[in-house]
Design a protein around this ligand. Structure first.
Ligand code: COA
Length: 339
């Protein structure tokens, strides 16, 4: 079994900032409601870039950060629920854009847990010696599937991408957990193409937009996130006090606060950037991790926990030891700048 470490990260968000005030011009909402109930102040919304464009930029930055050329990548795993096409996979489009000619490439669909699922799959390929260098990307253009007339969902989501390069090396990934509860599938969903042939009832057709039962998701997340964190701690033999940062999926600040309270951890250990990006689903944890790395927050030897949940319902967590040298100058080198 080979050990696996993260040797580079990258992220990219569209330039177009959409504030809560902007959204309140076309649905009945307000900055006050959105800020108080979710913690979101603004999000990035793509004008012309599709998921593969954002994914390519994040991947390019992660490879540069790792000092690895695209030709060295053995595998690309792209987590998304907003692919450019049903097929080909968005990972194949990114493989071509990068010129990562030898990389086997495929997408995975695990919604907001997608980046953790992607890291977990990548880890297995490296553990077993099948591959040495794997690029894991989380990328979304959720604005394509948001119902912009629905105030209960349109205020929550944003577009963006994050990526990490994993390599055979030091023991960076220490423990992980993934899981699903398919009985909750209807709580957060977006239909694909309806069954359509000469024998079907066409009156059943539904629009391809996202629908959500916010309260059900809230309850699920507040229960499952602490359980996932406790599981990766237990499997690793580390205690919560040894953890430097928890990087949760950025879905809603109130939800994260409730989960953190259950775990009885210091709020300062929890990284939050939802105020600037909203919920970017599969991209959110990767985007936060890259921001922290480039912002000089992560030091060699730090223990981190990534934890997420999402449509499926899916959930997962990973306990990492940061083995990369920190950016001591604290300089942020991407578009995901702090206010
Ligand atoms: N602006 C103003 N009012 C809004 C609104 C908006 N954007 N969205 C909903 N409301 C209204 C509702 O219509 C309702 O009005 P009513 O009392 O007159 O019926 C009221 O606000 C309360 O709605 P409710 O749905 O109970 O609010 P909430 O406190 O549960 O917050 C969410 C809604 C969506 C923010 C919250 O449930 C949540 O964050 N859930 C988790 C969602 C999530 O994380 N999804 C992604 C998972 S990866």
């Amino acid at each position: 079994m080979y050990d696996v470490e993260i040797v580079g990260t990258g992220s990219f968000v569209p330039e177009n900032r959409v504030t809560n005030e902007d959204i309140s011009k076309f649905v009945d909402t307000s900055d006050e409601w959105i800020s108080e109930r979710t913690g979101i102040k603004e999000r990035r919304i793509s004008i012309s870039e599709n998921t593969s464009d954002l994914a390519f930029m994040a991947a390019r930055r992660a490879l540069d950060d790792a000092g690895i050329s695209p030709e060295e990548v053995d595998l690309i795993i792209l987590a998304t629920i907003t692919p450019d096409y049903f097929f080909p996979s968005t990972a194949c489009l990114v493989q071509a854009k990068l010129g990562a000619h030898k990389a086997t490439s495929f997408d995975i669909s695990a919604a907001c847990s997608g980046f953790i699922f992607g890291l977990t799959v990548a880890e297995q390929f490296i553990n077993t010696g099948v591959y040495q260098t794997v690029l894991v990307i989380g990328a979304e253009v959720l604005s394509k599937i948001v119902d912009w007339n629905d105030r209960s969902t349109s205020v929550l989501f944003g577009d963006g991408a994050g990526a990490a390069v994993l390599k055979r090396g030091k023991q960076g990934i220490i423990s992980r957990v993934t899981g699903c509860d398919g009985s909750g599938a209807a709580s957060l969903a977006c239909p694909a193409v309806p069954l359509k042939n000469a024998f079907c009832d066409f009156s059943q057709e539904k629009a391809n937009v996202l629908t959500m039962n916010g309260r059900e998701i809230f309850k699920f997340a507040v229960k499952i996130m602490p359980e996932c964190v406790e599981k990766v701690l237990e499997d690793s033999g580390h205690s919560i006090d040894e953890i430097r940062y928890i990087i949760p999926h950025q879905a809603n600040i109130r939800l994260v606060d409730a989960a953190v309270k259950k775990l009885q951890i210091n709020q300062e250990k929890v990284y939050i950037n939802i105020q600037r990006f909203g919920n970017t689903s599969g991209a959110s944890i990767a985007l936060a991790l890259d921001e922290m790395s480039r912002g000089g927050l992560l030091r060699n030897g730090d223990l981190l926990i990534l934890v997420g949940f999402g449509s499926g319902l899916t959930y997962g967590a990973m306990l990492l030891k940061w083995t990369k040298e920190g950016n001591d100058n604290g300089e942020e080198k991407n578009d995901a700048k702090k206010d």
